[in-house]
Design a protein around this ligand. Structure first.
Ligand SMILES: Cc1cc2nc3c(=O)[nH]c(=O)nc-3n(C[C@H](O)[C@H](O)[C@H](O)COP(=O)(O)O)c2cc1C
Length: 509
């Protein structure tokens, strides 16, 4: 019979406690009788003994330390380096979250312009949980695929229609969540590839503007950069910003997948004097945005607000949200029809979306995932007869061409990615975006860390990634026998039983 090896913590702790006292006495005597230099060790062991006494008898907040002293401290040390050990030594290539090594490697390769072909076979699990694209018996020639061109604002007949020329755009990430070098590298890469980039809700987009790329100005619930002191919209500031040549569209953020129903959060560690000035907030405390725009308290006021921004900005204007209740969304669409005010685009963000900082309970448990929310939004818009009056953007782990095609099949017209672009910048998924300690200088404002991020070098990677995604988009689309992604529909993907969209059930409940 096997017996489990049990660690006798009490015994080890007793031996450790006695051991450090003996070492203290030993080094003291050796220092006295043999050489003075041993007293360095005496000082070291003295500190250990004192610390041990403090942990065991001088504090009450850690029961483990109280009971076992020094030896318990090792548990905290090992626990703190556990993620790094797991990531580099123990996790398999398909195991890590939110993005496995296989998924990250695909982005790294594309960003470096490397050949992304592999040998022998896929590393993914081909089990019942995998969604797959359904190809056609009759693929079309890649060159027959129509150039990507999605016109936003056309249905409203405005002059400032914006043409999106790549299937992927850089999703909202503010200067604040990101450091200035990261923002500039993304913006320069977007400019080089001719793609659009969202500013995030960080106020006046000083660093985004520096590189001259096409921008989607995002107005979060705090309206940083375009607010009066009481938090209401300052129309003149918005109009001034919208008049800039680089600003092509305006996105009103109603909510975000990582924290739907809760406003944005920028921890005080990341608020520099410049960020405080650009956002119009005080230094030294966390900046928490309200959970909703003060102007938007029900469907009627929300649609009125959308109409007002369309008028003030004079640009294609849309809303971003993570879907919660579909009946509420239907009510909102009905109100749009009643007021004859339809946003020019809607961005559906999945609950699996990323963030610079958010409460864990919101990240884990609130909102619909993209592949549930997106088809519901698409379906409701169709049923209400307004789908052709707007364009649908989608975000939520769309970092690979395959997942982007799945999103197109479920109703999206254009894909957005945030973390895909962080990976293209060299993100190693250290999960420290909220601490200002990003080791690769992306989500930090510390000069010593930011200096490692070379703007020009990383801009090339961003542009490569956009081009490679566009290339794969054409190839995958051709394999489905389609010449434009608007021909794709749910029949183009295999949706396993576990993730089948129970639309009618959802609607009925
Ligand atoms: C560092 C970081 C900062 C973000 N900041 C914003 C923001 O300012 N406004 C917003 O609407 N979404 C923000 N997001 C969410 C993204 O725009 C996007 O909706 C979400 O991460 C899903 O895309 P992804 O899975 O490709 O990252 C942020 C995400 C990250 C990772």
């Amino acid at each position: 019979m096997k017996t489990a090896i049990a660690v006798n913590l009490e015994k080890i702790s007793r031996m450790t406690n006695i051991g450090i006292v003996l070492l203290l006495v030993g080094s003291g005597m050796t220092g006295y009788f043999v050489s003075f230099y041993f007293h360095f060790l005496t000082v070291f062991f003295m500190m250990l003994v004192l610390l041990n006494l403090h942990w065991r008898h001088g504090q009450t907040s850690h029961a483990l330390l109280s009971n076992f002293g020094l030896i318990a401290q090792f548990r905290y040390i090992i626990e703190s380096v556990g993620p790094e050990f797991r990531q580099y030594l123990f996790s398999s290539d398909t195991e890590e979250k939110p993005f496995s090594r296989v998924e990250r490697a695909e982005v790294y390769n594309k960003a470096k312009g490397m050949d992304s072909s592999s040998a022998f076979g896929s590393l993914l699990d081909f089990d019942h949980a995998e969604m797959k694209l359904r190809h056609s018996f009759y693929p079309v020639d890649k060159d027959a695929v129509q150039p990507f061109d999605v016109a936003v604002g056309q249905a409203r007949g405005i002059e400032s229609v914006y043409h999106i020329k790549h299937p992927i755009m850089i999703s909202a990430m503010s200067y604040g969540a990101l450091g200035q070098n990261a923002v500039r590298a993304l913006a320069r890469g977007a400019k080089r590839a001719g793609a659009a980039m969202n500013t995030g809700e960080g106020g006046y987009p000083k660093y985004h503007l520096m590189e001259g790329c096409d921008l989607i100005f995002q107005m979060g619930t705090a309206k940083f950069g375009v607010r009066h002191e009481d938090g209401r919209l300052d129309e003149s500031k918005l109009a001034e910003l919208a008049a800039r040549d680089e600003i092509k569209m305006i996105e009103i953020k109603l909510s975000q997948g990582a924290k739907p129903g809760k406003g944005g959060l920028l921890p005080k560690e990341k608020i520099t004097a410049e960020i405080a000035e650009l956002r119009g907030v005080p230094l030294g405390s966390d900046v928490v945005s309200p959970a909703h725009h003060i102007e938007c308290t029900d469907a009627e006021s929300t649609v009125e607000f959308i109409g007002r921004i369309q008028q003030v900005g004079g640009l294609p204007t849309g809303i971003k949200f993570c879907l919660g209740r579909s009946d509420e969304f239907r009510e909102l669409v009905k109100e749009m029809k009643r007021q004859d005010t339809v946003p020019d685009f809607i961005t559906v963000d999945g609950a699996e979306g990323g963030t610079g900082a958010a409460p864990k309970s919101f990240m884990d448990d609130v909102g619909l995932p993209l592949f549930k929310g997106l088809p519901l939004v698409d379906q409701i818009l169709r049923e209400e007869g307004v789908r052709d009056r707007l364009v649908l953007f989608a975000a939520g782990k769309l970092i690979s061409p395959g997942r982007q095609m799945q999103a197109f099949s479920l109703g999206a017209d254009v894909a957005y990615s945030a973390r895909g672009f962080l990976l293209a910048l060299g993100c190693i998924q250290a999960l420290q975006c909220n601490r200002n300690t990003c080791p690769v200088g992306i989500t930090t404002h510390r000069a010593n860390l930011e200096q490692g991020l070379d703007i020009e070098d990383k801009a090339v990677r961003v542009a490569n990634y956009i081009e490679a995604l566009h290339h794969d988009y054409k190839e995958l689309l051709a394999a489905t026998g389609s010449i434009t992604s608007s021909q794709l529909c749910e029949d183009n993907i295999y949706i396993p039983i576990r993730t089948v969209m129970q639309r009618s059930d959802e609607e009925a409940s």
